[in-house]
Design a protein. Structure first.
Length: 198
């Protein structure tokens, strides 16, 4: 009788890491597709963007609601981790601007979340509260850093800015000619601290 061979050390761990890596690739791809085409984009488009088969998408996320919620959490994690790495821009204002644009992309997923979750209003409200709780302190630090560096006005509250950006994003999917990003840039330019003597 042939001798049984034990699995190679670390083989299970390698498989698990491949699964995790595929999931991250899939979530990044789905986030890009959602920004481009909304949360109802075809699964085949998400699979093609990720370079994975449609079966892999369904294996990780059997329903669209599960995929949308996972992308939502993935984006919140990425936005919340902004302060953990080096500054994303040359100045505190550049870093703030980049974060706000990424936040606007995230709002596309959030706006589609209620529809994807259908009747789970309590679950939707819980996710909404979670994102505000996690992201408001990050935006607050970015706003304060920009003001301390003299880049932006000191009387701007992070909460007001978060609501303003959210309101500017409403209608972006309904009206294709609406340039939400342009309006966000107009808003951000209005926050800049201008030297009266210049």
């Amino acid at each position: 009788m042939p001798e049984a061979h034990a699995p190679a050390p670390g083989a299970g761990g390698s498989k698990r890491s491949d699964v995790r890596r595929n999931q991250q690739v899939l979530l990044d791809a789905a986030a890009r597709v959602f920004v481009r085409a909304g949360v109802n984009a075809p699964v085949r488009e998400i699979a093609a963007e990720a370079g994975l088969g449609m079966g892999t998408v369904y294996r990780h996320f059997p329903t669209r609601a599960e995929l949308v919620v996972a992308v939502f959490r993935h984006q919140v994690d990425a936005l919340a981790a902004t302060l953990d790495g080096p500054p994303a821009g040359d100045t505190p204002f550049d870093t703030l601007r980049l974060w706000v644009h990424r936040f606007a992309d995230f709002l596309v997923t959030k706006h589609g979340l209620a529809e994807a979750m259908h009747s789970d209003q309590a679950g939707f409200e819980s996710l909404h509260a979670e994102f505000v709780e996690r992201l408001l302190p990050v935006l607050e630090q970015l706003v304060n850093a920009s003001a301390a560096a003299g880049c932006t006005r000191a009387d701007v509250r992070a909460y007001d800015l978060m609501l303003a950006v959210g309101n500017l994003c409403i209608g972006a999917e309904t009206f294709p000619d609406y340039r939400a990003r342009h309006m966000i840039d107009v808003l951000l330019d209005g926050l800049k601290q201008h030297d009266p003597g210049a």
